[in-house]
Design a protein around this ligand. Structure first.
Ligand code: ATP
Ligand code: MG
Length: 256
């Protein structure tokens, strides 16, 4: 597959056309940003850690019946994906109170949210990603009521799968953000699931294993990303209740 013209450069990824119709390349760059782009850096190998973890999760989810845009890894930073018409929603699933939900509401940091709380924000940096509700999403024609219901069901299924997988590695999935898109009328999970889009805590030590290390200068960001990527991608993909998973398949290896 040949990489063609650059379609879009985001804060951490670049998206390219390819010579294959309906297939794009997502390149995970080494750029890292926080606070609406207010803090920015370039950290060597960061892109490959996030790409590897995303690819691992996407293939795990596919095996468990979740439709994702992931096709294959082309190298350590580049992923071939299904071209989607992206729905400008940030679908956030929260299992424990942390981050903005603690700043904005009277939740105590670290308290469990059972059942998990889904928060959906409007993906629009110029408006600082304001929170939506179901009626606003439909009124803005961002998704139909049926699509919205489907998106929430898929998000909760992904949550169950990832909570289980990460727990086996001693990691708590505190919260994470998903983006969905359409190809024809089918909804696919797009974008990434990485240390940039999840909040992860070590079950034993409570230590942050995600972008909070960068946001709040909690330590060596790349050492954390390196360690957590290795830890996640060695989790056996057959760990969940997923019936479709083949027990003979070896977990994907990371080279770094
Ligand atoms: N399968 C896909 N087809 C088309 N576009 C996609 C697909 N997957 C992800 N995208 C889009 O590609 C872009 C990825 O870039 P990136 O995440 O760096 O930027 P951003 O979303 O604009 O910024 P940020 O996530 O930091 O707010 C996003 O706009 C995302 O919605
Ligand atoms: Mg993004």
């Amino acid at each position: 597959m040949k990489q063609k013209k650059l379609l879009y450069t985001g804060k951490a990824k670049s998206v390219y056309r390819t010579d294959a119709k309906g297939t794009l390349i997502v390149e995970f760059r080494d750029d890292i940003t926080a606070f609406d782009g207010g803090k920015k850096d370039t950290l060597k190998n960061k892109g490959s850690y996030n790409a590897g973890v995303s690819a691992f999760f996407f293939s795990y989810l596919e095996k468990n019946g979740v439709k994702t845009h992931f096709l294959e890894m082309l190298d350590e930073n580049r992923m071939a994906v299904r071209e989607l018409s992206m729905i400008p929603l940030e679908v956030i699933v929260r299992n424990f109170a942390a981050g903005s939900i603690v700043r904005n509401y009277p939740f105590v940091e670290g308290s469990p949210l059972k059942p998990p709380v889904i928060v959906i924000d409007y993906k629009d940096d110029s408006r600082h990603d304001p929170m939506l509700n179901d009626e606003l999403i439909v009124a803005l024609k961002l998704a139909t009521p049926t699509e919205l219901k489907k998106i929430k069901t898929i998000a909760l299924k992904i949550n169950t799968l990832l909570v289980g997988l990460l727990a086996k590695e001693g990691i708590t999935l505190v919260d994470f953000k998903l983006e969905f898109g359409r190809q024809n009328k089918t909804i696919y999970l797009g974008d990434e699931i990485s240390m940039d889009s999840m909040r992860l805590w070590d079950k034993k030590t409570g230590e942050s294993l995600d972008k909070d290390v960068y946001r709040f200068n909690k330590g060596d960001v790349m050492a954390t990303y390196n360690r957590v990527a290795a830890r996640i991608t060695r989790a056996p993909k057959t760990a969940s209740a997923g019936k479709k998973a083949k027990s003979s398949k070896k977990p994907e290896k990371r080279t770094r």
